[in-house]
Design a protein around this ligand. Structure first.
Ligand code: HGY
Ligand code: MN
Ligand code: MN
Length: 403
Protein backbone atom coordinates (compact mmCIF):
# COMPACT_ATOMS: atom_id res chain seq x y z
CA UNK A 1 0.00 0.00 0.00
CA UNK A 2 1.38 3.38 -1.08
CA UNK A 3 2.22 5.82 1.72
CA UNK A 4 3.95 9.16 2.34
CA UNK A 5 7.67 8.48 3.05
CA UNK A 6 7.94 9.88 6.59
CA UNK A 7 11.24 10.04 8.50
CA UNK A 8 10.76 8.58 12.03
CA UNK A 9 14.14 9.83 13.28
CA UNK A 10 13.39 13.42 12.26
CA UNK A 11 9.88 13.10 13.70
CA UNK A 12 11.18 11.91 17.11
CA UNK A 13 13.90 14.55 17.11
CA UNK A 14 11.36 17.35 16.58
CA UNK A 15 9.10 15.84 19.25
CA UNK A 16 11.94 15.93 21.79
CA UNK A 17 12.90 19.46 20.76
CA UNK A 18 9.34 20.67 21.33
CA UNK A 19 9.44 19.07 24.78
CA UNK A 20 12.23 21.51 25.76
CA UNK A 21 9.89 24.50 25.64
CA UNK A 22 8.55 24.73 29.21
CA UNK A 23 10.15 21.35 29.94
CA UNK A 24 10.22 20.18 33.56
CA UNK A 25 13.79 19.53 34.76
CA UNK A 26 12.95 16.42 36.82
CA UNK A 27 10.69 14.60 34.35
CA UNK A 28 9.60 14.45 30.70
CA UNK A 29 6.70 16.71 31.66
CA UNK A 30 6.00 20.17 30.35
CA UNK A 31 4.57 23.48 31.58
CA UNK A 32 3.43 25.31 28.43
CA UNK A 33 0.13 27.04 29.16
CA UNK A 34 -1.59 28.82 26.31
CA UNK A 35 -0.06 32.19 25.35
CA UNK A 36 2.65 32.05 27.98
CA UNK A 37 6.26 32.80 27.07
CA UNK A 38 7.03 29.09 26.69
CA UNK A 39 4.00 28.54 24.45
CA UNK A 40 4.81 31.46 22.16
CA UNK A 41 8.49 30.46 21.99
CA UNK A 42 7.46 26.92 21.05
CA UNK A 43 5.18 28.25 18.32
CA UNK A 44 7.95 30.48 16.97
CA UNK A 45 10.20 27.40 16.74
CA UNK A 46 7.40 25.43 15.09
CA UNK A 47 6.80 28.22 12.58
CA UNK A 48 10.49 28.04 11.69
CA UNK A 49 10.33 24.27 11.17
CA UNK A 50 7.22 24.73 9.02
CA UNK A 51 9.04 27.29 6.86
CA UNK A 52 12.07 25.00 6.53
CA UNK A 53 9.65 22.28 5.37
CA UNK A 54 8.38 24.55 2.61
CA UNK A 55 5.07 25.31 4.34
CA UNK A 56 3.86 28.89 4.80
CA UNK A 57 3.56 29.58 8.54
CA UNK A 58 0.57 31.70 9.53
CA UNK A 59 -0.54 32.74 13.02
CA UNK A 60 -4.17 33.81 13.25
CA UNK A 61 -5.49 36.46 15.70
CA UNK A 62 -5.89 33.96 18.60
CA UNK A 63 -2.55 32.20 18.20
CA UNK A 64 -3.54 29.16 16.13
CA UNK A 65 -0.47 28.40 14.00
CA UNK A 66 -0.95 26.93 10.53
CA UNK A 67 1.71 25.57 8.14
CA UNK A 68 0.04 25.99 4.76
CA UNK A 69 0.47 24.64 1.27
CA UNK A 70 -1.13 26.46 -1.67
CA UNK A 71 -4.60 25.45 -2.80
CA UNK A 72 -6.88 22.79 -1.32
CA UNK A 73 -5.20 20.47 1.17
CA UNK A 74 -5.84 17.89 3.89
CA UNK A 75 -5.29 19.52 7.31
CA UNK A 76 -3.48 17.49 9.99
CA UNK A 77 -2.68 18.72 13.49
CA UNK A 78 -3.57 19.14 17.16
CA UNK A 79 -2.45 21.62 19.87
CA UNK A 80 0.91 22.50 21.45
CA UNK A 81 -0.28 24.22 24.63
CA UNK A 82 -0.44 22.06 27.77
CA UNK A 83 -2.08 21.68 31.14
CA UNK A 84 -0.31 23.39 34.09
CA UNK A 85 1.57 20.12 34.71
CA UNK A 86 1.28 18.62 31.25
CA UNK A 87 2.60 15.54 29.55
CA UNK A 88 5.12 15.88 26.73
CA UNK A 89 2.83 14.21 24.19
CA UNK A 90 -0.70 15.58 24.82
CA UNK A 91 -1.28 17.63 21.68
CA UNK A 92 2.41 17.86 20.78
CA UNK A 93 2.35 14.38 19.24
CA UNK A 94 -0.35 15.35 16.75
CA UNK A 95 1.35 18.62 15.86
CA UNK A 96 4.76 17.07 15.16
CA UNK A 97 3.19 14.14 13.29
CA UNK A 98 1.40 16.72 11.13
CA UNK A 99 4.66 18.59 10.50
CA UNK A 100 6.46 15.37 9.53
CA UNK A 101 3.71 14.15 7.18
CA UNK A 102 3.28 17.58 5.53
CA UNK A 103 7.06 17.88 5.16
CA UNK A 104 7.49 14.36 3.75
CA UNK A 105 4.57 14.93 1.36
CA UNK A 106 6.22 18.06 -0.02
CA UNK A 107 9.54 16.23 -0.38
CA UNK A 108 7.74 13.47 -2.30
CA UNK A 109 5.94 15.92 -4.57
CA UNK A 110 2.52 15.46 -2.97
CA UNK A 111 -0.18 15.05 -1.75
CA UNK A 112 -1.11 18.56 -0.54
CA UNK A 113 -1.07 18.50 3.26
CA UNK A 114 -1.16 21.45 5.70
CA UNK A 115 -0.38 21.37 9.42
CA UNK A 116 -1.86 23.20 12.42
CA UNK A 117 -1.25 23.75 16.12
CA UNK A 118 -4.41 25.10 17.71
CA UNK A 119 -4.27 27.46 20.68
CA UNK A 120 -5.56 26.94 24.24
CA UNK A 121 -6.98 23.49 23.66
CA UNK A 122 -6.19 22.85 27.33
CA UNK A 123 -8.54 25.58 28.47
CA UNK A 124 -6.34 28.04 30.32
CA UNK A 125 -9.02 30.52 29.25
CA UNK A 126 -12.01 28.55 27.92
CA UNK A 127 -12.14 25.07 26.34
CA UNK A 128 -10.59 24.27 22.99
CA UNK A 129 -10.56 28.06 22.71
CA UNK A 130 -8.44 28.48 19.56
CA UNK A 131 -10.32 25.95 17.44
CA UNK A 132 -13.66 27.14 18.89
CA UNK A 133 -13.00 30.68 17.65
CA UNK A 134 -11.53 29.48 14.32
CA UNK A 135 -14.51 27.19 13.65
CA UNK A 136 -16.98 29.98 14.45
CA UNK A 137 -18.37 28.22 17.52
CA UNK A 138 -17.11 30.96 19.85
CA UNK A 139 -17.27 34.61 18.75
CA UNK A 140 -13.92 36.41 19.17
CA UNK A 141 -15.46 39.09 21.39
CA UNK A 142 -16.85 36.38 23.68
CA UNK A 143 -13.44 34.69 23.80
CA UNK A 144 -11.83 38.02 24.68
CA UNK A 145 -14.01 38.14 27.79
CA UNK A 146 -12.61 34.83 29.06
CA UNK A 147 -10.18 34.98 31.96
CA UNK A 148 -7.67 32.48 33.31
CA UNK A 149 -7.73 31.34 36.94
CA UNK A 150 -4.86 33.78 37.58
CA UNK A 151 -7.03 36.64 36.32
CA UNK A 152 -5.28 37.12 32.96
CA UNK A 153 -7.74 38.06 30.21
CA UNK A 154 -7.68 36.28 26.85
CA UNK A 155 -7.57 39.59 24.95
CA UNK A 156 -4.56 40.71 26.97
CA UNK A 157 -2.82 37.35 26.56
CA UNK A 158 -3.32 37.11 22.81
CA UNK A 159 -2.05 40.69 22.52
CA UNK A 160 1.41 39.22 23.22
CA UNK A 161 1.38 37.70 19.75
CA UNK A 162 2.05 41.20 18.47
CA UNK A 163 2.92 41.38 14.78
CA UNK A 164 2.83 37.58 14.48
CA UNK A 165 -0.97 37.58 14.39
CA UNK A 166 -2.27 37.45 10.84
CA UNK A 167 -5.77 36.88 9.49
CA UNK A 168 -7.94 33.87 10.17
CA UNK A 169 -7.26 31.06 7.69
CA UNK A 170 -10.31 30.16 5.55
CA UNK A 171 -11.52 26.68 6.65
CA UNK A 172 -12.95 25.97 3.18
CA UNK A 173 -9.42 25.50 1.80
CA UNK A 174 -9.19 22.21 3.70
CA UNK A 175 -10.69 18.94 2.44
CA UNK A 176 -10.67 17.25 5.84
CA UNK A 177 -8.89 17.08 9.23
CA UNK A 178 -6.89 14.28 10.87
CA UNK A 179 -5.65 14.39 14.47
CA UNK A 180 -3.33 11.86 16.08
CA UNK A 181 -3.36 11.94 19.88
CA UNK A 182 -2.34 9.81 22.84
CA UNK A 183 -5.31 7.85 24.19
CA UNK A 184 -4.89 9.36 27.68
CA UNK A 185 -6.62 6.27 29.03
CA UNK A 186 -5.57 2.65 29.77
CA UNK A 187 -7.43 0.65 27.07
CA UNK A 188 -4.81 0.26 24.30
CA UNK A 189 -1.83 -0.13 26.62
CA UNK A 190 -3.60 -2.79 28.72
CA UNK A 191 -4.64 -4.68 25.58
CA UNK A 192 -1.13 -4.49 24.11
CA UNK A 193 -2.57 -2.77 21.03
CA UNK A 194 -0.87 -0.11 18.92
CA UNK A 195 -3.69 2.07 17.57
CA UNK A 196 -7.23 3.27 18.23
CA UNK A 197 -9.50 4.53 15.45
CA UNK A 198 -11.78 7.04 17.17
CA UNK A 199 -15.53 6.59 16.55
CA UNK A 200 -16.71 9.68 18.42
CA UNK A 201 -15.71 12.33 20.98
CA UNK A 202 -17.67 12.92 24.17
CA UNK A 203 -19.59 16.10 24.87
CA UNK A 204 -18.72 18.31 27.82
CA UNK A 205 -20.58 20.78 30.01
CA UNK A 206 -19.16 22.84 32.85
CA UNK A 207 -20.61 25.08 35.57
CA UNK A 208 -18.95 27.42 38.05
CA UNK A 209 -20.83 26.85 41.29
CA UNK A 210 -20.75 29.47 44.07
CA UNK A 211 -21.86 28.59 47.59
CA UNK A 212 -22.43 31.65 49.79
CA UNK A 213 -22.49 30.78 53.50
CA UNK A 214 -21.41 32.84 56.52
CA UNK A 215 -17.78 33.78 57.19
CA UNK A 216 -17.15 33.37 60.88
CA UNK A 217 -14.69 32.68 63.72
CA UNK A 218 -13.33 29.11 63.64
CA UNK A 219 -13.07 28.95 67.42
CA UNK A 220 -16.20 30.58 68.75
CA UNK A 221 -18.80 29.49 66.20
CA UNK A 222 -20.59 26.30 67.36
CA UNK A 223 -20.79 23.63 64.63
CA UNK A 224 -24.61 23.73 64.70
CA UNK A 225 -24.58 27.47 63.99
CA UNK A 226 -22.27 27.39 61.02
CA UNK A 227 -22.99 28.00 57.35
CA UNK A 228 -19.61 26.69 56.26
CA UNK A 229 -19.36 27.09 52.46
CA UNK A 230 -16.72 24.35 52.13
CA UNK A 231 -18.78 21.82 54.08
CA UNK A 232 -21.73 22.53 51.79
CA UNK A 233 -19.56 22.23 48.68
CA UNK A 234 -18.26 18.89 49.95
CA UNK A 235 -21.84 17.75 50.61
CA UNK A 236 -22.71 18.53 46.97
CA UNK A 237 -19.66 16.61 45.69
CA UNK A 238 -20.42 13.51 47.77
CA UNK A 239 -24.14 13.56 46.89
CA UNK A 240 -23.57 13.47 43.10
CA UNK A 241 -23.08 9.68 42.75
CA UNK A 242 -26.48 8.99 44.31
CA UNK A 243 -28.19 11.67 42.22
CA UNK A 244 -26.62 10.21 39.05
CA UNK A 245 -27.18 6.54 39.98
CA UNK A 246 -30.06 5.90 37.54
CA UNK A 247 -28.71 8.17 34.80
CA UNK A 248 -25.05 7.43 34.14
CA UNK A 249 -23.08 4.57 32.58
CA UNK A 250 -19.52 3.46 33.47
CA UNK A 251 -18.30 5.81 30.68
CA UNK A 252 -20.00 8.89 32.18
CA UNK A 253 -17.61 11.13 34.12
CA UNK A 254 -17.84 14.23 36.30
CA UNK A 255 -15.07 16.24 37.95
CA UNK A 256 -14.62 19.04 40.47
CA UNK A 257 -11.16 20.12 39.38
CA UNK A 258 -10.81 23.51 41.00
CA UNK A 259 -12.13 25.02 44.25
CA UNK A 260 -11.47 28.39 45.83
CA UNK A 261 -12.42 29.20 49.46
CA UNK A 262 -12.87 32.71 50.76
CA UNK A 263 -11.11 34.11 52.70
CA UNK A 264 -8.89 31.03 52.72
CA UNK A 265 -7.56 31.34 56.25
CA UNK A 266 -7.12 28.48 58.73
CA UNK A 267 -9.00 30.22 61.53
CA UNK A 268 -11.96 31.44 59.54
CA UNK A 269 -15.07 29.45 58.64
CA UNK A 270 -15.16 29.92 54.83
CA UNK A 271 -18.06 32.11 53.83
CA UNK A 272 -17.72 31.40 50.13
CA UNK A 273 -16.74 28.39 48.03
CA UNK A 274 -16.41 28.60 44.23
CA UNK A 275 -15.82 25.39 42.33
CA UNK A 276 -15.87 24.07 38.78
CA UNK A 277 -18.20 21.15 38.06
CA UNK A 278 -17.61 19.46 34.68
CA UNK A 279 -19.41 16.43 33.27
CA UNK A 280 -18.94 14.43 30.05
CA UNK A 281 -20.79 11.75 28.11
CA UNK A 282 -21.14 10.51 24.54
CA UNK A 283 -24.97 10.87 24.70
CA UNK A 284 -26.43 14.43 24.56
CA UNK A 285 -29.64 13.30 26.23
CA UNK A 286 -27.70 11.88 29.16
CA UNK A 287 -25.78 15.17 29.46
CA UNK A 288 -29.17 16.89 29.78
CA UNK A 289 -30.36 14.46 32.47
CA UNK A 290 -27.10 14.85 34.40
CA UNK A 291 -27.54 18.62 34.28
CA UNK A 292 -31.13 18.36 35.57
CA UNK A 293 -29.94 16.18 38.44
CA UNK A 294 -27.20 18.69 39.31
CA UNK A 295 -29.61 21.62 39.36
CA UNK A 296 -32.07 19.69 41.56
CA UNK A 297 -29.25 18.81 43.97
CA UNK A 298 -28.16 22.46 44.20
CA UNK A 299 -31.74 23.58 44.89
CA UNK A 300 -32.23 20.94 47.58
CA UNK A 301 -28.88 21.73 49.21
CA UNK A 302 -29.63 25.47 49.32
CA UNK A 303 -33.01 24.76 50.97
CA UNK A 304 -31.46 22.36 53.50
CA UNK A 305 -28.49 24.53 54.49
CA UNK A 306 -29.76 28.07 54.16
CA UNK A 307 -26.82 28.87 51.87
CA UNK A 308 -27.28 30.75 48.63
CA UNK A 309 -26.06 28.60 45.72
CA UNK A 310 -25.61 30.11 42.25
CA UNK A 311 -24.16 28.84 38.95
CA UNK A 312 -22.42 30.34 35.93
CA UNK A 313 -21.74 28.47 32.69
CA UNK A 314 -17.93 28.50 32.70
CA UNK A 315 -17.59 27.70 29.04
CA UNK A 316 -19.77 27.03 26.04
CA UNK A 317 -21.15 23.50 25.84
CA UNK A 318 -19.32 21.02 23.61
CA UNK A 319 -21.70 18.54 21.99
CA UNK A 320 -20.78 14.86 21.49
CA UNK A 321 -19.30 14.50 18.00
CA UNK A 322 -19.17 11.37 15.78
CA UNK A 323 -16.09 11.01 13.53
CA UNK A 324 -16.47 10.84 9.73
CA UNK A 325 -17.18 7.28 8.53
CA UNK A 326 -14.96 7.65 5.46
CA UNK A 327 -11.96 8.83 7.47
CA UNK A 328 -12.57 6.10 10.03
CA UNK A 329 -12.48 3.56 7.18
CA UNK A 330 -9.16 4.95 5.86
CA UNK A 331 -7.64 4.96 9.35
CA UNK A 332 -8.87 1.38 9.93
CA UNK A 333 -7.43 0.17 6.63
CA UNK A 334 -4.10 1.85 7.41
CA UNK A 335 -4.05 0.45 10.97
CA UNK A 336 -4.70 -3.08 9.70
CA UNK A 337 -1.89 -2.67 7.17
CA UNK A 338 0.65 -1.37 9.71
CA UNK A 339 -0.41 -3.19 12.89
CA UNK A 340 -2.58 -6.12 11.77
CA UNK A 341 -4.90 -7.23 14.55
CA UNK A 342 -3.38 -4.76 17.01
CA UNK A 343 -5.86 -1.90 16.75
CA UNK A 344 -9.49 -1.21 17.65
CA UNK A 345 -12.29 1.29 17.07
CA UNK A 346 -13.04 3.22 20.23
CA UNK A 347 -14.69 6.41 21.60
CA UNK A 348 -12.72 9.32 23.07
CA UNK A 349 -13.38 10.28 26.68
CA UNK A 350 -11.06 13.25 26.22
CA UNK A 351 -11.98 16.37 24.31
CA UNK A 352 -10.09 17.31 21.17
CA UNK A 353 -9.96 20.15 18.66
CA UNK A 354 -11.35 17.65 16.16
CA UNK A 355 -14.72 18.15 17.91
CA UNK A 356 -14.84 21.73 16.71
CA UNK A 357 -13.87 20.94 13.13
CA UNK A 358 -16.41 18.13 12.67
CA UNK A 359 -19.07 20.62 11.64
CA UNK A 360 -16.83 22.18 8.96
CA UNK A 361 -15.22 19.19 7.21
CA UNK A 362 -14.78 15.39 7.46
CA UNK A 363 -12.78 14.67 10.64
CA UNK A 364 -10.93 11.61 11.87
CA UNK A 365 -8.77 10.78 14.91
CA UNK A 366 -6.16 8.16 15.68
CA UNK A 367 -4.98 7.14 19.18
CA UNK A 368 -1.69 5.64 20.29
CA UNK A 369 -1.31 3.95 23.71
CA UNK A 370 -0.62 5.85 26.95
CA UNK A 371 1.60 3.93 29.37
CA UNK A 372 -0.53 3.15 32.42
CA UNK A 373 -3.26 5.34 30.94
CA UNK A 374 -1.70 8.37 32.61
CA UNK A 375 -2.14 11.87 31.13
CA UNK A 376 -2.45 15.50 32.26
CA UNK A 377 0.49 14.66 34.53
CA UNK A 378 4.29 14.79 34.18
CA UNK A 379 4.36 10.95 34.11
CA UNK A 380 2.49 10.84 30.78
CA UNK A 381 4.45 8.71 28.29
CA UNK A 382 4.24 6.38 25.29
CA UNK A 383 6.82 3.90 23.97
CA UNK A 384 8.66 5.49 21.05
CA UNK A 385 7.97 2.40 18.92
CA UNK A 386 4.25 3.11 19.40
CA UNK A 387 4.75 6.76 18.43
CA UNK A 388 6.40 5.67 15.17
CA UNK A 389 3.70 3.07 14.50
CA UNK A 390 1.08 5.80 14.94
CA UNK A 391 2.98 8.05 12.51
CA UNK A 392 3.07 5.23 9.92
CA UNK A 393 -0.68 4.59 10.29
CA UNK A 394 -1.49 8.29 10.01
CA UNK A 395 0.74 8.72 6.93
CA UNK A 396 -0.87 5.71 5.22
CA UNK A 397 -4.36 6.99 6.06
CA UNK A 398 -3.46 10.46 4.72
CA UNK A 399 -2.21 8.82 1.54
CA UNK A 400 -5.48 6.86 1.15
CA UNK A 401 -7.64 9.92 1.85
CA UNK A 402 -5.84 12.16 -0.64
CA UNK A 403 -5.55 9.55 -3.43
O1 HGY B 1 -9.90 17.96 28.92
C1 HGY B 1 -9.64 17.32 27.90
O2 HGY B 1 -10.27 16.32 27.61
C2 HGY B 1 -8.54 17.75 26.99
O3 HGY B 1 -7.44 16.90 27.20
N1 HGY B 1 -8.16 19.12 27.22
MN1 MN C 1 -4.99 17.10 24.03
MN1 MN D 1 -5.22 17.52 27.35
Amino acid sequence: MQSIPVDPTRFLSDLHTLRQFGGDTASKGVRRRALTEADIAARDWLAGRMAEAGLTPQFDPVGNLFGLVDGPSLLIGSHSDTQPEGGWLDGALGVIAALEIARAAREAGGPAISAVSFQDEEGRFGALTGSSVWSGKLPLDAADRLTAIDGTGFAEARGQLGARAGDFVDPTRFTGFLEMHIEQGPVLHMAGEAAGVVTGIVGLRQLQVTVQGQQNHAGTTPMAHRRDAFTVAARIATALPDRFANIVTPQSVWTIGHIRLHPGSQSVVPGRAEFSLQWRDIDPDRLDRMEAAIMALLRDTAADTGCEISVDRLRHDLAPMPMDAGLQAALSQAAEAVAPGRWRAMPSGALHDASNLAGLMPVGMLFVPSIGGISHAFEEDTDEADLVTGLDVLAKAASLITR
